[in-house]
Design a binder for this molecule. Structure first.
Ligand code: NDP
Ligand code: GDR
Length: 371
């Protein structure tokens, strides 16, 4: 039994069935890695896509550039200024756009940064999710909109069991993980309390050439490219022993969309079911560029030397260690495979290759520009 909802705003709406014949998506975090791939996917499926972007003193829509050159040429894609910390603005955007699907990808998404900006991360990643859900209720769209929450394998944190599935208990290890835990449960709560179609995608790490430059994979592939061209001397990293289940972002946004096309809302893990260490990611990236590494030392003394030149090209710097580390994440995507028919297409080797190739290309064109 669900309580009767009395929305604050009385929008002039058709029946939910009529309303949902349209395909209108609203994406928070559209300027991020996943936002850009999801936008491509939804546009290709004939959606009208609306995105929430933050006002910034510098340009922050670079990842959408190929999709959004001139708003007059691309009426299917519209960007709105907004922020997950601003409830009124979220209500206004939702009332105006009247989306059929909302993808909440917006977040302060860097785990290490969350230790430095714990309150902000809690506000945006945790309460921001509540603000969006409440904006849906305020607009009377509880039974109209389908809601996707960008949940994360960081919820598992300290290893309780592997592989980690929808049934594995959570034990977050960072302010980011704890904020996302609140978001996870508020989604479950609003689904149960108000009958909302709201679901959590518990996504393991996914990367691409569009990955932010301070996440470890992209930091490695950029540095490997620059070192191979003699533009950088050494790559400084933190914990080389951490293990992750790395997939490709393009595969994962497909899974997000699938979660919103089901008969009822459920939570799903998306993962590859394979784990690799940071050290392995480094080795593979450098090998692709013809640099074989020899490791020596231990802990903060650890170094990777280029066998051909004898130069140290990788060093551990404790500034990249975290106050509490997540040592191992390895997901079990069986439920998504069985119920959504989802499988990852890109394997670890192809992911590393695509990222290294893209960064090498980028570094070479920068060199050409400078000449
Ligand atoms: P990114 O860091 O690339 O993108 C984050 C997006 O959120 C950006 O568009 C950013 O805007 C926006 N944002 C940040 N703060 C706010 C705010 N206060 N209000 C509105 N928008 C904001 O992340 P990803 O694309 O990699 O990840 C997407 C989501 O999935 C995130 O929620 C992340 O936590 C989660 N996730 C990611 C995984 C991964 O491996 N990539 C795995 C599991 C979950 P701007 O461009 O202006 O900074
Ligand atoms: P993660 O990704 O914390 O898993 O969160 P990140 O790439 O930052 O770190 C992965 C692992 O690499 C170790 N590491 C380093 N990390 C960074 N960033 N920089 C370094 O120099 C470095 N050296 C070693 C880290 O300690 C860690 O163990 C990502 C984000 O996208 C989250 O938003 C998302 O929820 C999770 O993935 C799933």
């Amino acid at each position: 039994m669900q309580a009767e909802e009395t929305p604050l705003l009385q929008l002039n709406l058709p029946s939910p069935e009529e309303y949902r014949k349209r395909k209108v998506a609203l994406i928070s975090g559209i300027t991020g890695q996943d936002g850009s791939y999801l936008t491509e996917l939804l546009l290709s499926k004939g959606y009208q896509v609306h995105g929430i972007i933050r006002r910034s003193s510098s340009f922050n829509t670079g990842r959408l550039h190929h999709l959004y050159k001139d708003l007059h040429e691309r009426p299917q894609l519209k960007l709105h200024y907004g922020d997950l910390s601003d409830s009124t603005n979220l209500v206004y955007i939702i009332a105006q756009v009247q989306p059929t699907e909302i993808y909440n990808l917006g977040a302060q998404s860097h785990v290490k940064v969350s230790f430095e900006m714990a309150e902000y991360t809690g506000d945006v990643d945790g309460l921001g999710t509540l603000r969006l859900l409440d904006a849906i209720r305020t607009c009377g769209l509880t039974n109209y909109v389908r809601f996707y929450q960008a949940s994360t394998s960081e919820l598992y944190g300290k290893v309780v069991e592997t592989p980690q599935s929808e049934k594995t208990p959570f034990y977050p290890r960072s302010p980011y993980g704890v904020a996302k835990l609140y978001a996870y449960w508020i989604v479950v709560n609003y689904r149960e309390a108000y009958g909302m179609y709201a679901c959590n995608g518990i996504l393991f790490n996914h990367e691409s050439p569009r990955r932010g430059r301070t996440f470890v994979t992209r930091k490695i592939t950029r540095a490997a490219a620059d070192i191979s061209l003699g533009k950088q001397a050494c790559l400084y990293l933190g914990n080389l022993d951490a293990e992750r289940d790395w997939g490709h972002a393009r595969d994962y946004v497909e899974g997000m969309w699938l979660m919103l096309q089901q008969p009822s809302a459920e939570d799903f893990v998306l993962a590859t079911g394979e784990k690799h260490s940071v050290r392995e990611f480094v080795e593979k990236s450098f090998t692709q560029l013809g640099i074989e590494l020899k490791w020596s030392g231990e802990g903060v003394e650890e170094e990777g030397t280029d066998v051909k030149t004898g130069k140290v090209v990788v060093k551990v710097d404790p500034r990249y260690f975290r106050p509490a580390e997540v040592e191992l994440l390895l997901g079990d995507p069986t439920k998504a495979q069985n119920l959504l028919g989802w499988t990852r297409q890109v394997n670890f080797d192809s992911l590393v290759k695509e990222m290294v190739d893209a960064d090498l290309q980028g570094a070479k064109s920068l060199v050409e520009d400078q000449n």
